[in-house]
Write a protein that binds this ligand. Structure first.
Ligand code: SF4
Ligand code: SF4
Length: 433
């Protein structure tokens, strides 16, 4: 009874903390501008293939396989967590033990637990010993690196707890009818040899301690991921659904500017009404981005695949598309916390541009879309970079001098070069000679 009351208290506390944090994140995402999203079969296909099917992960087979074990383990072992939850609330023990194939299911869970355990150990090795470049860049210093290690170590501990619990449970099944028969559980049978010689009270304590450790770990994990890059476990699904389905390279023009250009080129009547009021050109802070961009920032897994493909980063420039997403999320968190504590929020004198992302970074972008193509959850760092650059160029006229002369040439000569449109085909005269 005491265990039941304690469990229900812990569960209620977990639900409250998760709900509170979800409301905080939702409010932060809604700081962004509205963006119309038209539903289409492409969106559902993206979500099924990319988020659920892990399609884009398999461009790098080794990490993909390790991630797949953890992902499938997470999905399937959650079925066992359901049994933990019901047992915890109802005060039962292995409530599903009588269903057909229970022993087979438990063996499957154990296989996945071992696969998750081994995958996590290899990932820790790659991250901390092999020091894979994309997992050891400067933007990961501090909390992001700690976050990745904490979660991997926690998963190892949770999987060990499952095996320890099953091993002690199997030994107790031999002496007490309270412990439902599961049949032989292959992997935990190896752990049983360590426990042989323990007294019945000793085994009972080990079984209960492992059970509590596992379920408290899972509930703590549920709260923790809302503060971590592991939020992608949930947000990868909406993010892939709402991701841009337009062809890559198609940039989001501002309707009012497009109209001006059309008038200039004689493609539209001068009295055509602008499609929308201009508002601010580009983005200076998170509220100038769309909610879709902000959802992407919270969905980022910090995997660095974007940065590993970025030609600017590879040639030693300061730009890292992963950092763009991390900075956007960090700024949202800062504004959100300020709003919650009655502070100035967006009016705190800071902004995403300059306080988080420098002009040097955004100017280094070649707009090549390699980061967008590489992202396993269809995040678009380029959209944010372009909006920040648009702000600098159009609101501040602060683009580099060489760009400004190019803009001027496009405006006056309809080409980046400074010659008259009438002279454009002069080069062909050479061919006639
Ligand atoms: S679009 Fe920009 S940030 Fe993305 S990979 Fe290309 S250069 Fe890097
Ligand atoms: S934006 Fe995508 S590719 Fe880049 S770190 Fe985040 S999840 Fe990985």
């Amino acid at each position: 009874m005491i265990q039941q009351i304690a469990f229900i208290g812990v569960l209620a506390g977990t639900i409250y903390l998760v709900w509170k944090r979800v409301a905080f994140i939702r409010r932060n995402i809604n700081l962004g501008k509205s963006k119309e999203v038209v539903s289409s079969p492409d969106r559902v296909r993206n979500m099924v293939l990319v988020a659920f099917g892990q399609q884009k992960m398999f461009k790098r087979p080794i990490p993909a396989l390790l991630h797949l074990f953890i992902y499938v383990g997470f999905l399937v072992i959650n079925l066992e967590v359901l049994e933990f939850l019901i047992d915890g609330v109802a005060g039962t023990h292995r409530i599903f033990a009588d269903i057909p194939f229970y022993g087979i299911l438990m063996n499957l869970f154990e296989f996945l637990a071992v696969a998750v355990l081994v995958s996590c150990l290899i990932m820790l090795f790659r991250r901390n010993v092999l020091k894979v470049r994309r997992l050891n860049m400067t933007e990961l210093n501090g909390w992001p690196r700690l976050d990745a290690n904490v979660i991997l170590i926690t998963e190892v501990a949770l999987m060990c707890a499952i095996l320890l619990m099953n091993a002690s449970d199997q030994l107790l099944q031999e002496v007490s009818p309270h412990y439902a028969k599961t049949g032989t559980l292959f992997f935990s049978s190896f752990v049983m040899s360590i426990l042989k010689g323990q007294s019945i009270p000793g085994l009972t304590i080990i079984e209960r301690a492992a059970w509590w450790f596992h379920i408290i770990g899972i509930l703590a994990f549920a709260v923790y991921i809302t503060y971590s890059k592991h939020l992608h476990i949930a947000l990868a699904f909406p993010n892939t659904y709402f991701a841009n389905v337009a062809p890559k390279g198609e940039m989001q023009n501002m309707p009012v500017v497009t109209n001006e250009v059309k008038i200039m080129l004689g493609l539209s009547a001068a009295d055509s009404a602008p499609a929308a009021t201009p508002g601010r050109f580009g983005a200076k802070d998170v509220n100038d981005l769309t909610w879709n961009n902000l959802l992407g920032a919270y969905s980022c897994t910090e995997c660095g695949r974007c940065t590993a493909e970025c030609p600017a980063n590879l040639t030693g420039k300061k730009l890292s598309p992963r950092k763009i997403m991390m900075d956007t999320r960090d700024r949202m968190e800062e504004v959100g916390k300020s709003l919650d504590s009655g502070g100035a929020g967006l009016a705190d004198g800071k902004s995403l541009l300059d306080n988080y992302i420098t002009r040097e970074e955004i100017n280094a972008c070649t707009s090549c879309n390699a980061c967008v193509e590489a992202c396993p959850v269809m995040i678009n760092p380029l959209e944010i970079i372009l909006e920040l650059r648009r702000y600098v160029a159009m609101e501040e006229s602060g683009a580099p001098a060489s760009w400004n002369s190019m803009f001027q040439n496009i405006e006056t000569s309809f080409a980046p070069w400074k010659f008259s449109p009438g002279d454009r085909f002069n080069w062909a005269n050479e061919l006639k000679k």
